[in-house]
Design a protein around this ligand. Structure first.
Ligand SMILES: [Zn+2]
Length: 657
């Protein structure tokens, strides 16, 4: 895999379907131009993507499109197909993506970085409109300053969504407190009305009708008589029958369910909802507090940004996530919801309704609304931690309420071939993280980072104001070039000298325009009138580096594993028996930390690790002894300037563990 490889280009974008500075078609035109410049093949035209949007397809040739998918949904049809394709077709050398926020807009910047690196690790260069990042050479690790820059980008993309989420939560709470709708469709039996600030209804709104008018809001009011009659019937049936039987009866009678005929999108696939009734549809209708003229907001909290509490938005907590890391919908307890009086009289008797809900709760068992706990896979140092005495990897073991790493050879030989050398898992992980932090703030790393940031600041300063300009000009250039071709062929077909003269004037104009555009694009590309504020940028990057470590620490160390993988951290520990009271304990007496592609200080055991073969080869026992080569010196690592082979300062710091 080489970064100068010229193979096949593919295009990916995620588009919410809203208004953007450029249309998907224009972005494909941009990709066409860039592909030509880079000398890679690319099959895709603006028409391709427009056709895809109309037909609802996510892939056509080299164009991959996730349309109307929100940025935080990390599982996307087109992206999945692209990832698969990239792993199967080694010819793919370039991936064109309009901007970083089109690839991912996750709540944690590390996720976006991971996505990008997934492609880069296969040697694929990722081309954005404002920058290009090369694919990794085989075995190459990501440059730390580049890593930080990409995290800053994804962090920024995430912040936009956060600000929006915060505004939304506050707006919705104030609406909810006044008994107004906070958005969405009205529940079964109710209709959306436009109402004044004081609640006076103005007129009924059509489905999906959106009105923006000062001092007016949307309110839910009781709907047609037929719907109300059905609600009353459901309520009375429920007093004697389970919801499942009510649902079956309604289905049998051919009464269409509330959402019948609507379409819904599940995991990117649109399907229509059948007319069948479900148990939940029935109970949701019965439980609706609007029946007793109460509005309720904050029943559930969802989304990957900030979440609702009655007093304002809150950060996501650990129990807001499912074991697979996806944010889950959490049901808020009754006391945490915002309840207000609706703008109409109760439709049913409040006491009877309360009794019915209590009855439904009892029938439904106790599972409703109970959050499940989460069990993260915690092995951040898996295959990265070694016993220098025997050269084996150390294995994770549950220990008390936490875990520890203990010599694999000791474990597999039932204590015959090595000593009980172990370290606390949490402490070792923190140690690894502090090594990385220390490395980041080392003077050489700082210097390199400063240099890199200075470059990036120059580029970046030019970008925000001119990116749109630049993209627009590139699109214009494509158009002009096409027109020129046509003009040239028309000239050849000219029948009279006058015609030829007229056409050649057009041709000249277009040629001039093409030249002008080319020049303008060039100027924009190298525009370096940037005011340098590198120090501030470096500081921000350093804060981010600190935060990275904090993120890792506060997230139950899940991210620690990612950080270790990206920096290729490895820990090597040496142990010796140390008397401790009446016992002899095997304590850490020294060790080596390596980062990047530094060579390991020992020859890591690479033989069989199963119990049978370990025991059979057990003659050379080195119970707790030191290996012959005690002073393995740390080797070069990839961050810092690296030229001087600077040694890590974390070596032999026994006090740390
Ligand atoms: Zn060992």
């Amino acid at each position: 895999m080489s970064r100068t490889r010229k193979g096949r280009g593919v295009f990916y974008t995620r588009d919410s379907g809203g208004k953007h500075e450029m249309t998907p078609g224009q972005y494909v035109a941009w990709a066409q131009t860039r592909a030509k410049e880079l000398g890679v093949t690319f099959r895709g035209t603006p028409e391709t993507i427009e056709q895809m949007i109309r037909a609802g397809t996510f892939r056509d040739g080299d164009v991959f499109l996730d349309y109307e998918v929100s940025g935080n949904a990390l599982s996307r049809q087109a992206l999945n197909a692209l990832i698969l394709e990239a792993s199967e077709d080694v010819n793919i050398s370039h991936l064109f993506i309009p901007r970083r926020d089109r690839l991912a807009r996750p709540h944690d910047p590390m996720d976006g970085v991971k996505f990008e690196n997934l492609f880069r690790a296969q040697g694929i260069a990722v081309v954005f409109t404002d920058r290009t990042v090369a694919g990794f050479e085989k075995g190459q690790r990501i440059d730390i300053s580049e890593l930080i820059m990409s995290i800053i980008d994804y962090d920024h993309a995430g912040k936009d969504r956060r600000d929006l989420a915060q505004k939304m939560v506050y707006t919705q709470i104030s609406l909810a407190k006044a008994g107004f709708s906070t958005g969405g469709r009205a529940p079964f039996g109710f209709r959306r009305w436009l109402a004044r600030d004081d609640g006076t209804p103005v007129r009924e709104l059509a489905p999906k009708e959106y009105v923006r008018m000062a001092h007016h809001h949307v309110v839910w009011l009781p709907g047609p008589e037929d719907d109300m009659a059905l609600i009353h019937r459901i309520l009375s049936m429920l007093t004697t029958q389970p919801a499942s039987r009510v649902a079956a009866t309604l289905t049998r009678e051919g009464i269409p369910s509330p959402d019948a005929g609507r379409t819904r999108k599940d995991q990117g696939i649109r399907h229509s909802i059948s007319g069948d009734w479900h148990q939940n549809t029935v109970t949701n209708i019965a439980r609706n507090p609007l029946l007793v003229a109460m509005t309720q907001y904050g029943v559930r909290s969802m989304g990957d940004q900030l979440r609702y509490t009655p007093t304002g938005p809150r950060e996501l907590r650990e129990d807001d996530f499912r074991p697979d890391e996806k944010p889950k919908v959490v049901r808020n307890p009754v006391e945490a919801r915002t309840v207000a009086a609706a703008h109409f009289e109760p439709l049913v008797d409040a006491a009877a309704h309360r009794d019915l809900i209590a009855e439904l709760d009892a029938r439904g068992g106790t599972q409703r609304g109970k959050p499940r706990s989460r069990t993260p896979a915690q092995n951040p140092l898996g295959a990265r931690i070694f016993d220098m005495n025997c050269c084996w990897p150390m294995y994770r073991q549950p220990y008390q309420n936490s875990f520890r790493y203990s010599c694999g050879r000791y474990q597999q030989s039932h204590g015959e071939q090595c000593a009980h050398n172990h370290v606390n898992g949490a402490v070792a992980t923190q140690f690894g993280l502090s090594c990385i932090r220390q490395k980041l703030v080392s003077p050489s790393a700082m210097q390199k980072l400063k240099r890199r940031l200075a470059e990036l600041t120059q580029q970046k300063k030019a970008i925000p104001s001119t990116a749109r300009d630049l993209s627009g000009k590139r699109v214009a250039l494509v158009q002009v070039s096409k027109d020129l071709e046509r003009a040239a062929s028309n000239m050849a077909l000219a029948e009279t000298p006058a015609q030829f003269k007229a056409l050649s004037r057009v041709f000249d104009e277009l040629t001039q325009r093409q030249a002008a555009l080319k020049k303008e694009i060039q100027t924009l590309e190298v525009s370096t009138d940037a005011v340098r504020d590198t120090d501030a940028e470096v500081e921000a990057a350093m804060n981010l580096a600190e935060r990275l470590v904090d993120i890792a620490k506060s997230n139950g160390m899940e991210y620690a594993g990612d950080i270790f993988r990206m920096t290729n951290l490895k820990l090597f520990f040496r142990f010796a028996p140390v008397p401790s009271g009446k016992r002899v304990l095997n304590k850490v007496t020294g060790g080596v930390v390596t980062l990047g592609d530094a060579a390991p200080p020992i020859e890591i055991y690479a033989g069989r690790t199963d119990r049978g073969s370990v025991k059979a080869s057990g003659s050379v026992s080195r119970r707790g002894t030191e290996p012959a080569a005690t002073h393995a010196s740390p080797t070069r690592n990839q961050f810092g300037s690296g030229e001087e082979g600077d040694s890590l300062r974390n070596v032999n710091r026994d006090d740390r563990i």
